[in-house]
Design a protein around this ligand. Structure first.
Ligand code: ZN
Length: 204
């Protein structure tokens, strides 16, 4: 999946004639491919989610809810241009939505841009998420994808892990034990600031 995602993002940037070493964001990438007027702001309740793609080849329209903050708008446009790419390639499998999500993260934080930002800003989640105009949760997982560091994002509903296969706990008790022993085991624990009740655990 990772190679497919990175490849998709590479193709999107080529098509847009934009450099993945600069974090241009989802809106700029989408408008470079589908034209300036491809993004339409619609009333909040007319969409079931933050955004939707109306497929029409290179004349496709991305509808986004009014009132999204810059991070949400960036991510919504990146997600829909990801779906557009999949749709255009005739990709029609059950994991389409998951793939679009993965492409969105890599569009918002392209690998070459990440490398440069890390050199300039370090690897702190808040600074990097500000620089790329993405949520801290997305940034934490994307850092893991780009660096290969084993990382877990713990939300109230689920736990997402990234990085090399590792024996993460399989029970809530196991996760509690891991968190309690985190410091003595040298794990880095970061409390996500822009969403409630979320933690990131990183194995340095
Ligand atoms: Zn979608």
């Amino acid at each position: 999946m990772n190679a497919f995602v990175e490849n998709s993002v590479h193709e999107l940037f080529e098509r847009a004639r934009l450099a993945p070493s600069e974090p241009c964001g989802g809106v700029r990438l989408a408008t470079a491919i589908l034209g300036r007027s491809c993004i339409q702001i619609v009333p909040h309740r007319t969409l079931p989610g933050n955004s939707a793609l109306e497929w029409n080849g290179t004349k496709s329209i991305i509808r986004v809810r009014a009132g999204l903050n810059p991070r949400q708008l960036n991510h919504a446009a990146a997600h829909e241009i990801g779906e557009w790419h999949l749709r255009r390639g005739g990709y029609d499998h059950a994991d389409c939505e998951d793939l679009a999500r993965a492409i969105a993260a890599a569009v918002c934080v392209p690998r070459p841009a990440f490398r440069e930002a890390k050199r300039a800003l370090g690897d702190e989640i808040p600074q990097l998420s500000r620089a790329f105009v993405v949520s801290e949760s997305l940034m934490a997982l994307r850092i893991a994808e780009c660096t290969g560091l084993a990382t877990a994002l713990i939300t109230r509903r689920r736990i997402r892990t990234r990085g090399p296969a590792r024996e993460w706990p399989t029970t809530p008790e196991g996760w509690n034990e891991l968190l309690e022993a985190a410091r003595s085991r040298g794990l880095v624990v970061h409390r996500i600031r822009d969403a409630r009740g979320r933690l990131v655990v990183r194995i340095p």
